[in-house]
Design a protein around this ligand. Structure first.
Ligand SMILES: Cc1ncc(COP(=O)(O)O)c(C=O)c1O
Length: 399
């Protein structure tokens, strides 16, 4: 409420006397936007507390809107503290920058999300932070790799594009025995498929990161990331780097994620169901050598998925028979009508991307044919099946 009534509208429209009544209550939380936060007096300004969510200091460091989403993501992940970032990749970068010093070593799964590996190869390497890529399906080899300089172990379940589901519990146990911090890219699990802070065998990761861009947003129209932890000291280390780096998020984007969260579990379950139907159908086709879906028996790491998870995301890959050239697989992808060609997943539209695995991994993969990844949206499964059938016919002939 203003204490400066003015006759000049230039002033009175800024310092206006009206304050709406309090107690407004609606289904969705309000959206608060600010760079500047107003302090009631100088004592309040001087007493500002940047560290805790007991008040507000500056838009970058939190508003009721961002605090609300942080609390909801912490609940989703089973953690206690969450930070929001402008993208999933920024969330990966925050973990690296906050926890690693020059001279430290970082271990990343060879099948991890590619841009996180590129960050290690480029910026981190320039700043004297070493990295190696490890085989996430071989915890014994990981034991031998961890050295005195190893500070941080990234985990991802399942691996990006090739979808191997690792024994998370064993990997965390190895890291913990050697005093190495663990950070999980939990974008696929989304806080729905499994609990990163309560893995089978009683293990817990130190940090769970998500690209909220995918499932929590669900709209294919927001970029956002989160970093969740359960330890106050670790959280403050992350939070201070977050503040110094200036990686805040806009309230309009937060609003979209808050609006989508109530349907997260329903969307996850629907896409899981549809993806398994389509993956099982493709597994019967002669053009396909391999279907890579962690919840399908025979997929790499299926036993670990079974032990760890109660659901699966709507994402899978197929490896075409090696007799098909890349151009023929491209013709299949181009012939799809409902599946659109594009990166990302968990949105309403089903997506498809062909990959050449050569160059994506430091070790060769066992797959000779071209790989195509599918992300399943919300179209009717029968229509998606018909689309796959007609595109296979166009590209390869037959029925
Ligand atoms: C597993 C995984 N982690 C992180 C990211 C990065 O998310 P963003 O696109 O929000 O930077 C992605 C995006 O594709 C992803 O698939």
């Amino acid at each position: 409420m203003t204490t400066h009534p003015s006759v000049d509208p230039a002033t009175s429209l800024i310092h206006h006397a009206y304050t709406p009544p309090g107690g407004f209550c609606a289904v969705q939380p309000g959206v608060f936007k600010a760079s500047t936060v107003i302090f009631q007096n100088t004592a309040a300004l001087r007493a500002r507390n940047w560290k805790e969510k007991t008040g507000y200091t500056y838009g970058l460091h939190g508003t009721p809107t961002t605090f609300t989403l942080e609390e909801r993501i912490a609940t989703l992940e089973g953690g206690t503290h969450t930070l929001l970032l402008p993208s999933g990749l920024a969330a990966i970068a925050l973990v690296d920058l906050a926890l690693l010093d020059s001279g430290d070593e970082l271990l990343i799964p060879d099948n991890a999300y590619g841009p996180g590996k590129e960050l290690a190869r480029n910026e981190l390497a320039r700043w004297g932070i070493a990295h190696r890529f490890y085989d996430a399906m071989d915890p014994d080899a990981l034991t031998r790799m961890i050295g005195p300089q190893t500070r941080l172990l990234w985990l991802e379940a399942p691996g990006s594009v090739t979808m191997e589901f690792p024994d998370l519990c064993a990997l965390v146990r190895v890291a913990r025995a050697k005093g190495v911090m663990t950070a999980l890219d939990n974008t696929w699990g989304a806080g729905i498929a499994f609990d990163p802070f309560a893995l089978p065998g009683g293990q817990a990761v130190d940090i769970s990161m998500q690209a909220l861009t995918k499932y929590p947003s669900g709209g294919a129209d927001v970029l956002m990331g989160s970093v969740t932890s359960r330890d106050e000291t670790l959280h403050l280390k992350l939070k201070f780097s977050h503040m110094r780096l200036g990686w805040g998020v806009g309230a309009n984007d937060v609003e979209l994620v808050l609006r989508a969260l109530p349907t997260l579990a329903l969307r996850y379950a629907a896409q899981d169901r549809a993806a398994r139907t389509l993956a099982e159908w493709l597994a019967q086709r002669g053009e396909i050598a391999r279907v890579l879906h962690p919840a399908l028996p025979g997929s790499p790491g299926f036993a670990h998925w079974q032990e760890t998870c109660r659901a699966a995301a709507g994402l899978f890959s197929v490896v075409f028979d090696a007799r098909y050239a890349s151009e023929e697989v491209d013709a299949f992808v181009d012939a799809l009508r409902l599946f659109r060609i594009g990166y990302s997943w968990a949105g309403p539209v089903s997506l498809v991307v062909p990959y050449h695995l050569q160059g994506m991994r430091s070790q060769p993969t066992p797959y000779a044919g071209v790989l195509v990844r599918f992300s399943i949206g919300f179209e009717a499964v029968e229509d998606l099946l018909a689309d796959l059938r007609q595109a296979l016919r166009v590209a390869f002939g037959g029925v």
